[in-house]
Design a protein around this ligand. Structure first.
Ligand SMILES: *Cc1c(COP(=O)(O)O)cnc(C)c1O
Length: 426
């Protein structure tokens, strides 16, 4: 019928996650509902750990910045890749040590750079302009900030154009041909210690060749910057490892990624005679398949298509609308029933593009059924909004059948938030 993940199962025709019955979860906590299986996070992290025993693993907080998830990963020994002061704050609050954090971003604010200097956080510098700003801030307060440069290695992975970040046309990083010059410049500036190099070629990449290509280009640059006297302490290869959203897809695993980049890394570091730390920054792989989104059927309608109207839309899971991405969908209360119709699952948002899944063969669906959207843990809740006046939903954590709320459902008051009406209009 279908292959479900190890930690997602079916009992009495009901979908279960981490041994909890999803129909009971929906009853107890209401819908829409994000449900995360704790053990799966640890399994995914361990797979990386095992594939890269000598590397540091900096979890990309933007994939899912839930405090509890950051806390679990902190306890498992992860570092963090952060993209804003907000993510930095959450990572530190969750207990990720500051030495294991890299502050990324192509357009950091002065405030963010100052915070990085103050807190002693490594910075991945994205431009010459930023380099000089950072040098000023650091020397002004008598500190030295460790930096890497985000390098644009110009490789083109086959992925959605919106998540390919290492093309020469992308907004990220320093073009390869300017890399040596900028390290030279950095080594002469006060307050700056250029001791790392960083790249990140994209996301949801399902082949290993682009990683090998990026590793080769990076290691060539490493040789050149070591040649000009840079004392290189770390090489950060970023991330991008995809997952099989579509069960027909073959996806490489962390050990395949290791086979694609470790030989290149080891050979070159030995040849040059240096021993920098390898850093990897997985986001999606760690969290994507740990989480499902449960959504209740409001209405079923035969029109141009067989539309199933559910209570979650791109306000809670924007990936299908933004990246045309595929999520496996099933009817949680009829998990093993034979499919007998083709349905399109539509969200409640007032936009034609608010479709979560198109033309799926599913068992007969009626109002009140429960739909489960799989692999919703990465770039799901972290991209959620209150669009259309819809408070964000709750997130719960499951472990061996026990459940806890890790983020309460927002209520109508939360829509007001920090808004105020000018006095003259009252
Ligand atoms: C988004 C991002 C990641 C994580 O990418 P995934 O594909 O989710 O693993 C890692 N590093 C940087 C710099 C990123 O921007």
């Amino acid at each position: 019928m279908f292959t479900i993940k190890d930690h997602i199962d079916v009992q009495d025709n009901h979908l279960t996650i981490g041994k909890a019955d999803t129909t009971e979860l929906a009853e107890k906590y209401g819908t829409p509902l994000y449900v995360t299986n704790e053990s799966r996070i640890i399994e995914n992290f361990s797979a990386y750990r095992k594939a890269f025993p000598d590397a540091e693993i900096y979890y990309a907080a933007k994939a899912n910045g839930s405090l509890t998830i950051l806390r679990l990963l902190a306890r498992a020994g992860a570092g963090a890749d952060v993209f804003s002061y907000g993510e930095l704050y959450l990572a530190l609050l969750a207990g990720i040590p500051r030495e294991k954090i890299l502050f990324n971003g192509n357009s950091k604010t002065d405030f963010e750079l100052q915070k990085a200097v103050e807190l002693g956080i490594k910075v991945s510098v994205d431009s010459r302009n930023e380099l000089h700003t950072l040098s000023e801030f650091a020397s002004d307060c008598g500190k030295t900030t460790q930096i890497a440069f985000r390098v644009n290695p110009d490789v083109s992975p086959k992925t959605h154009p919106k998540i390919a970040t290492g093309l020469c046309s992308s907004k990220f990083g320093i073009p390869s041909k300017e890399v040596v010059k900028i390290y030279q410049e950095a080594s002469e500036l006060p307050g700056i210690s250029p001791c790392g190099i960083h790249c990140h070629i994209g996301s949801q990449i399902l082949e290993t060749e682009p990683f090998t290509e990026a590793a080769q280009k990076m290691m060539d640059l490493v040789e050149k910057i070591v040649d000009i006297g840079i004392d290189l302490k770390f090489v950060d290869m970023g991330s991008g490892l995809g997952i099989p959203y579509n069960k027909a897809e073959e996806a490489p695993k962390p050990h395949d990624l290791a086979n694609a980049i470790l030989p290149v890394f080891r050979e070159k570091t030995q040849e040059i005679g240096i021993s920098p730390k390898l850093i990897l920054e997985p986001g999606r792989y760690i969290v994507a398949d740990t989480t499902i989104l449960l959504t209740r059927v409001n209405t079923v309608k035969k029109a141009a298509r067989n539309f199933v109207g559910v209570d979650a839309g791109f306000n809670l899971l924007i990936r299908p609308a933004m990246y045309e991405s595929y999520h496996y969908v099933l009817v949680a209360n009829k998990a093993r029933s034979a499919p007998d119709e083709t349905y399109t699952i539509a969200g409640p948002i007032c936009e034609t593009g608010d479709i979560l899944a198109e033309d799926r063969k599913l068992p007969g669906i009626v109002k009140g059924d429960l739909i489960a959207i799989l692999d919703a843990g990465a770039y799901g809740f972290s991209m959620a909004s209150q669009y259309n006046g819809r408070p964000r939903c709750a997130e719960i954590l499951v472990k061996d059948g026990d459940t806890e709320i890790i983020r309460s459902r927002e209520d109508i008051e939360d829509l007001i938030g920090k808004q105020r009406i000018p006095a003259r209009l009252l």
